[in-house]
Design a protein around this ligand. Sequence first.
Ligand code: ADP
Ligand code: ZN
Length: 613
Amino acid sequence: MEIIRHIVKRVWGYDALLPLQAEAIGAVLARRDSIVILPTGGGKSLCYQAPAAAMGKLAVVVSPLIALMKDQVDGLTAAGVPAAFLNSSLTAEERRLVEAGVLRGRYHLLYVAPERLVLPTCLGLLRRAGVAFFAIDEAHCISQWGHDFRPEYRQLRVVRETFPDVAIHAFTATATPRVRTDIATELALRDPAILVGSFDRPNLVYRVRQRTDRLRQVTEALGRHRGAAGIIYCIRRAEVDQLAEALRRRGSRAVAYHAGLADAERRRAQDDFITERADVVVATVAFGMGIDRSDVRYVIHAGMPKSIEHYQQEAGRAGRDGLPSECLLLYSGGDFGLWRSILMAEGLPAPGALPKLGEMYDYCQGTVCRHRVLVEYFGQAYGADPCGACDVCLGEIAVEDGSAALARQILACVVEMGERFGADSVADVLRGADTARIARMRHNRLDAYGLLRQQPKTAVRNWIAQLEGHGCLARDEGEYPTLGVTARGHQVLRGEETLPLLRTVARPARGAPSPAARPAAPPGLGRGATDEDLFQALRALRRAMAEERGIPPYLIFSDASLREMARERPTTEEAFLQIKGVGLRKLQELGPRFLACIRTHGDGSASDAPPAT
Ligand code: ADP
Ligand code: ZN
């Protein structure tokens, strides 16, 4: 283990291991099969990369994400670890070169796509070369109970058959016991060490809001993260296109990404984001698996996700570098119905799909600490109370006074109107609106007329949507959508059940504690320049150097490293080496220019870095 700590410091520049990394690395060194379950950002890669570097023999990494392999290999190479990959993106000539290198023992890590690994030629090659261990990344793909089943993973059984004496280590962020059992069975693991990390992501601030005006709410959130990287998820492609366009018109560097775009357009969007030419990706859920940018400062869901698993995974793409980041979820009662019709249209929904939708909606409506709900959902206990990092604990939402009466008034109004009208008409009646239609229908004579005269229409529409989400009102999508009261609604009407109706407190969301949220002063101010200015200058330098090398900026240094440089302002090589994420190779190759940039700022002379945008 001492050797490992030494290598981790020298190659990766980390002083300490993250929780469970030592245990996971220990299993690899002991050649004991293992299943390692750590959330996104938990540092799974190091668990197999560090022992591979220490053993100096070939470790084989199976990954479904072909798009990521090159980046991983570039990152390892930049840190001085010999690595290569084999997948369908290589030409025959490139493949031969890699294969020759494998046989000559040139690499410590070889990334292979599952469908390639199981080919007899590939297995034969690896047998001749000798393998230290196998690491199966995204191992939940093997299970039909995971959210991302891939049939080609099922064939990985052949690994154990072909290499009976080589240990297999499975890594995933999916926690359910069922998936875990599947992984062990399918890979034929022998008494695996099972290591399960904490599923809480303390650096993420969770917020949930009723969606009232999507563009305004999104823009407001973006204002808290100017110039920082973010992902905005929408349910439908059309929304993606509209929102991306609207944000571009407002000056955001936003790109759209969804399955309806041509391959080339999708690739360009992804590329723009990875290389920092774009700050914001507006996407359907199709985006994200292949993204390794660790400095995503916010993830906004402009519509409700279809399950808590999906939410955890998508929101989890924020803050992988451990720095404070925001996850904002905008939902409406309509999202529930929309998902239901999408699931129905796709054929018979998978068992559990509808209940999962319900759980997601309950989460949105919930008034319990978000960190707690998410962690407990995945079967773990949560300790911090209040968490200080969610809308509930920050006091940003409140239960409406007199919720119970309010719910009854709304439901009664729907009944009184004969269940033949939509949400808008119901809201008008409750608010005592003076419209020709109300006069014509004589709705102004109803008991419910004007009961909620004091309330803004958006609030009334909101409560109606909440009741729909709670399953008290059901929408009938005919020529004109109408609302009816369900059995549960009648229970509430009879007072047999009470439900909280929520209102967002008029307290502004405190900036996610991201320093990037502060309005940035012009960069390159010399003496007295703030950490933020220096950080921006370092970011610009990182982008320029990444471009020169043809690799994504995040492979140069993470935001976490740049922040530390901006704070500590090292001016000597020794001090620079103390920064987290600076290993020996990076010190040699990148140190001089980063040190120059830091010195320039400290001294007060002009910066040589290109201006930050
Ligand atoms: P996962 O695959 O579990 O999502 P990664 O392996 O991508 O996580 O690591 C997430 C982030 O944590 C990366 O930015 C990585 O550089 C960083 N990291 C990993 N191990 C350590 C460590 N021991 N100390 C500091 N940062 C680490
Ligand atoms: Zn909380």
